[in-house]
Design a protein around this ligand. Structure first.
Ligand code: FES
Length: 102
């Protein structure tokens, strides 16, 4: 059975056992939030629940780690604020941000 989720109104299919983040990437959606200060796009980075780059709203609950939340049929993703609270600094602190303009 293929699950059907929505991301900002668009259909996103998912297979049982996939994470929300994996389903989004498989659907070609590589980023789903931006940083508060510089507006840089963010999606999956570590993929294991460490970096918090992948925060997304799931069924109206903000700040969920897409790499850890199992996909489910009928889930609504990312429907509220584009800017999520990160809590580890605005960019999550990964090396890809080093030296870039702020
Ligand atoms: S991708 Fe790093 S916490 Fe989800």
């Amino acid at each position: 059975m293929t699950y059907r989720m929505t991301f900002r109104g668009a259909a996103v299919p998912a297979e049982p056992g996939q994470s929300v983040g994996a389903a989004l990437v498989a659907a070609g959606i590589l980023d789903w939030r931006t940083t508060r200060g510089s507006g840089r796009p963010r999606g999956l980075f570590c993929g294991i629940g460490v970096c918090f780059d992948c925060l997304i709203s799931v069924d109206g609950v903000p700040g969920q780690r897409a790499c850890l939340v199992p996909a489910g049929d009928g889930m609504h993703l990312g429907d509220d604020a584009r800017h999520e609270t990160v809590g580890h600094g605005e960019d999550g602190g990964h090396a890809g941000d080093a030296g870039g303009p702020r």
